[in-house]
Design a binder for this molecule. Sequence first.
Ligand code: ZN
Ligand code: ZN
Length: 301
Amino acid sequence: MNLTILGSQGAIPKIGMYSTSLLLQISKYNILIDCCEGIQFQLRKNKIRLSRIEIILISHAHGDHYFGLIGLISTLSLLKRTKKLTVFCPTSVLKIIQAHIKFSQMKLNYELNLIGLTENKMINIFENDAFFIKSFPLNHSIYTNGFLIKEKFIKRKLILEKALHFDIDKIYFNKLTKGQNVLNSKGVEINYLDVTIEGDKPKSFAYCSDTAYNDDLINYVQDVDLLYCETTFLSNDQEKAINTLHSTTADAGKLAKKSNVKQLLIGHFSSRYDNYDLFLKEVSEIFPRVILSKEGKKIDI
Ligand SMILES: [Zn+2]
Ligand SMILES: [Zn+2]
């Protein structure tokens, strides 16, 4: 699982800096999380092929999180996409996209699978053999979801010398890594435990933007390997954060600490600030394993 930061800013983008958007690559899937104005340029700049995006997750209907979506949907059609594209978004965003398609008489070459989110509790929204995606409610001024993406079963690792020693044909190696016993060339049953070791622990990523802090968030993001939490404001602007239902550096640090996450990624910075080192400094006083969002940064999870 790895993450590319496409936008680090809050509602007002700056030159060379974009509103909050991330690309998560997991098990050959490309998942775009929020879709800022200018997303197509950022995807191309970061050498991410537009055609490889399978799923888009939109947190809420504030423009900084979806203004790039209609343009991207249109360009994919002009590029002759035929593969289905699935978009999970609030029903408000779904209606905006449907209205645009209708009034512009846009004809799409591919199936656009728009799924409107309405729940106010954590639910499973997508699942395949390799991972699942859950949405959960955030605490913002309009209906907003966070997302949890977690790997499922990770295959066991084969010890090749042992497999060869037991005279097992290589066509059975995959079965062994899935935890199944197989017969060797002499017809003797070989226990998978004798020729494999445990695989890597499944990894997880949680996304919280935009939101004010509340204790409910801890249940949703507990123990994840990487937590994205917005820090629109520094701590001395706490009043602004309370009034607009955003988080401060202190809020993000508290959430990461109370949730026992491995690493914290912060972003969605208000355009009033230029010194991002202050964000790192303030958060790290509460939670030291913190990473600053920056356009083009890649993180292995
Ligand atoms: Zn925002
Ligand atoms: Zn917002």
